[in-house]
Design a protein around this ligand. Sequence first.
Ligand SMILES: [Zn+2]
Length: 73
Amino acid sequence: MKCPHCKVKAFIRSSEALSELTRKQYYQCSNIYCGHTFTAMQSISETIVPSNCPDPKINIPLSPNSKRMSQAY
Ligand SMILES: [Zn+2]
């Protein structure tokens, strides 16, 4: 991810799981003249192809693109 201020690449320095589907990531800008640190959220949003070993506690909506692709066959 790029730093929103100086547009230089920022690196993940740490992350923590908030749930099975969401992680909070801690970023640090690699531009030493900028020095911005910030957090971002990473979350699993859609299933494209369902798992062959599904966890019943996990509920991820099916991608609309997945349905569109399956109708093409
Ligand atoms: Zn920056």
